[in-house]
Ligand binder design. Structure first.
Ligand SMILES: *Cc1c(COP(=O)(O)O)cnc(C)c1O
Length: 349
């Protein structure tokens, strides 16, 4: 079985380093561990460095962590569906929201369960994923305030996730000004002003004035040690907390160019290759079903040249034996699929 090795201590070190860095300007870190499907082992390691809120995108993952005994405040990053609202109230302490119909349902079910659910209202500032438009702020807040089952815990923004929009001085100041407006007009205090994710790293370093922002929801930077605007390594952090290990199932010298009539391949593409003569072609037993094969890099002198649903083809500079193991660095899209696949063994070190 392909194996994903997870170095818990490296993740813990990354989390601690980022927590201390962001704390220098008064920003708390919510650790987003959806990339490891809410692994309880990873959650507990992160808690040891003093982070007090863990976030994932699936309510099932919060349930799993609770059953494992992880004791912490849980935040749900993806907007709840109406049907999962009862479970959101039951398992999550905080959820990100942008639809008043959902917030009203959250309030209703909180009252039924004798709880007060915390809502962070997401604001659209250009990335065009979730969030209410700034012009709708007043009407939405006026509908939330009277709801007895929910507390308006804060305001959040999410950039660089869908549209690739960069968090800048300008949009972060806009967020701060909207927070000032809400707090003054409605005479309330918003606890969590959550300015974004790992893509906010550059903004954090370069801005003198962080305004009202007091929280970031950080996933990839903790898990993989990179900011996400350019995927640059963050100084001091580990980028190799995860290693994918796979076994060679075929090793032969074969041509570099497929021969015969060329049509579509398994994934619907018409592949093109350059003829560079005979090469060492290595096959390993993993494919698109279990990993984003474009998002892994062998640690040996070899290159991924393609994949089908369950085979990955490498061009290796050196001969490899069938049964040899190959280690790979992985990036975020590979991590998501590897973590989710039941056909990839997880080993914690
Ligand atoms: C995934 C997610 C994050 C974390 O993003 P990273 O780029 O991994 O830091 C933060 N907020 C929301 C709403 C998310 O969906």
């Amino acid at each position: 079985m392909p194996t994903l090795k997870i170095d818990i201590n490296k993740i813990k070190y990354n989390a601690k380093t980022l927590k201390e860095l962001f704390a220098e300007k008064g920003i708390s870190v919510t650790a987003v561990i959806k990339g490891v499907t809410g692994s309880p082992e990873v959650a507990n390691a992160i808690l040891e460095c003093g982070i007090t809120t863990i976030a994932v995108s699936l309510i099932q993952n919060i349930k799993k962590m609770k059953e494992f005994g992880v004791k912490v405040e849980f935040l749900l990053t993806r907007l709840p569906t109406h049907t999962e609202v009862p479970d959101v109230v039951k398992y999550a302490d905080i959820s990100l929201n942008s639809e008043i119909s959902t917030i009203k349902l959250l309030s209703e079910h909180s009252l039924k369960q004798g709880k007060r659910h915390k809502v962070v209202l997401m604001l659209e500032l250009g990335d065009l994923r979730e969030g209410i438009l700034p012009e709708d702020i007043d009407s939405v807040i006026e509908q939330i305030i009277p709801l007895k089952g929910v507390e308006l815990h804060g305001i959040g923004v999410n950039l660089a996730c869908f549209g690739g929009v960069k968090p800048t001085e300008k949009n972060m100041i806009e967020l701060s000004q909207i927070v000032d407006h809400i707090q003054e007009k409605y005479n309330i205090i918003l606890q969590m002003i959550s300015g974004g994710n790992s893509a906010n790293y550059e903004w954090f370093l370069s801005t003198e004035n962080i305004g009202n922002i007091n929280n970031l929801r950080i996933g990839e930077a903790i898990l993989l040690g990179r900011e996400t605007l350019h995927r640059n390594k963050i100084p001091k952090l580990y980028t190799d907390a995860f290693t994918l290990i796979c076994e060679v199932i075929e090793s032969k010298i074969k041509p570099s160019l497929p021969y015969g009539e060329i049509c579509q391949n398994a994934l619907g593409d018409i592949p093109e290759f350059k003829d560079i003569g005979n090469i060492n072609r290595i096959i390993i037993g993993i494919g698109e079903q279990d990993v984003d094969t474009k998002a892994i890099t062998p640690r040996i002198n070899a290159k991924v040249i393609g994949a089908s649903s369950d085979h990955l083809i490498l061009h290796s500079q050196n001969h490899m034996e069938v049964g040899n193991e190959i280690a790979f660095d992985i990036n975020y899209s590979a991590l998501l699929r590897l973590s989710t696949s039941p056909y990839v063994k997880k080993v914690f070190i």
